[in-house]
Design a protein around this ligand. Structure first.
Ligand SMILES: [Ca+2]
Ligand SMILES: [Ca+2]
Length: 192
């Protein structure tokens, strides 16, 4: 009986340890994607723009940070999205459950239904799914690795791919995401 109890105790301990590393999406945050209701990619030269830098905080159902969690931001079916050669969509959380992933690229993808433009996973668990992936590098047709006049004209042209916070209107907050990519003009070499 004593052996059985201790075996059960070990089992319970193991399952609670395993459980501790399972992310609870409702306790996790992805900044600034949660506020934007989507992600923004940007060419990274001379330096990544603020909106393209994502801070992901991973916590379990007890609201405790998960250390050393594997985090990835995936673009399941990238259409009209292209990545810089410097692109790295993975990270590992620190003791505070935090990691930073920079989305280096351009283009525009808007999806619906069960198709997501961008998905954030931690330890294999989907913690976020977004319908919108956008970039200052988008001239109305596609990305070319340079945020230039043709992108500015598209930005001024219509609500849609440059509505970065996905409000359905173009306001100062969209300008504050486009402008740092445009001046200084950001660029990168795109993966062919
Ligand atoms: Ca461009
Ligand atoms: Ca907007």
């Amino acid at each position: 009986m004593k052996k059985l109890l201790s075996a059960l105790f070990v089992l319970a301990l193991c399952s609670s340890v395993a459980f501790a590393t399972v992310p609870d999406p409702s306790k996790c945050t992805v900044t600034p994607a949660d506020a934007l209701n989507g992600v923004v990619l940007c060419p990274d030269n001379p330096a990544p723009t603020t909106a393209s830098i994502y801070t992901i905080t991973v916590k379990n159902s007890s609201n405790n940070p998960i250390n050393a969690a594997s985090v990835i931001i995936e673009f399941p079916t990238p259409t009209n999205i292209r990545f810089c050669t410097t692109y790295n969509n993975t990270g590992t959380t620190n003791v505070s459950g935090v990691c930073v992933i920079t989305l280096r690229g351009g283009g525009c993808q808007r999806t619906s239904g069960s198709v997501y433009a961008a998905v954030v996973k931690a330890n294999g668990v989907v913690i976020r799914s977004y319908y919108n992936a956008k970039s200052p590098d988008y001239d109305g047709v596609g990305p070319n690795g340079q945020v230039i006049l043709s992108d500015l004209l598209a930005f001024r042209g219509a609500v849609g791919c440059h509505d970065y916070d996905n409000t359905g209107t173009m306001t100062l907050s969209d300008t504050l995401i486009f402008a740092p990519g445009y001046s200084p003009a950001h660029s990168c070499t795109l993966v062919p």
